[in-house]
Unconditional design. Sequence first.
Length: 365
Amino acid sequence: MEKNFYTILGVSQQASQQDIKQAYKKLAVQYHPDKNPGNLYAEEQFKLVNAAYQTLSDPTKRARYDLRLLYLSEQQQVMQQQQPYYNPRYRQTRPPAPVSERYYRTMPKREERRFVRKDLYITLGFMAFMLIFSLLLKATMDHITGEDKYKTALSYIADGKYSSAHSMLTETIHFKPKHAEAYRVRAGIEMDVYENYVAAVKDLNQVVSLEETAQAETYYMRGKCYLKLSQFRLAEQDLTQALSLDSTLFAAYLERGETRLFHLQQYNKAIADFNAFLRHSAGGERWATALTFRGFGFYKKGNYRQSAADYKQVLEADATNGRVYYLLARTEQAQHQTEAACHHLREAYRLGYSAAILELKASCK
């Protein structure tokens, strides 16, 4: 190696760190760009001096560099020793052998391989196998990924992270487009959290088309969505279908009764639904709602005595329900019980039911 870091700095390989540092400073000043503006040679030398100093000033780098120099030196010595063997002028060769010294034998002709029908069948079979294998592999991976994301979505729902759960369910459906339960759970989030009933109906339609055996819960959920979308006939049909599949789904009686009472004016059928619900309910907010609705149904049919009985039963359980006081007063007005009606209208207004004030002004002094 004619030119190395030692020769660049102008020191020997045995030079001390102090000698190297002094040589570097001298050359750095000599080739510094500020003293040699526009001099490309000086700029190049300055870079070489810096590189040499960076290596030789570090004991570890210097030791590694010395080993490299030693290795290159040994390689050059070996090449010099072997040079005669690679130099053509040292080789002695004889002229090519004449024909009489050569031995020939006839080589049999190799039959050319032709692409026959059997090869075609083998190729097509292999391609078909690879295609089927790829499809099976993709289906398996999609199934595993879809199930994993579905389980993650259920854990998010348990933690109340509905937005993340909705995203996970969407990814589940991407990997498993026929995952009916994922559609149903996502529809539940769209109904109860986002109140996006149109999207919920689309998901529930998918569930109905995918399920081999129809489930009452699916029709019940879709019926509630139709009720929110004011599609009352469809709501009644789905709630009826849900009850035909599961007669113990008592909440559907309440929803169907509400639909029939307020939107379809089918009072007898509505009262029958409320009766079915109340036979399996013994208190609570939904019980009070069903009893109130049944009382209103009796009122619409002109059965004021039974209507008043239902309202009074609700007030026995909750004496702070201003709305029921108002409805009871209207029933009493229909029976010409003016004093009792006015008393209950005042009670409804006192409890914050503002609609009672109009009846008070119109009917009571």
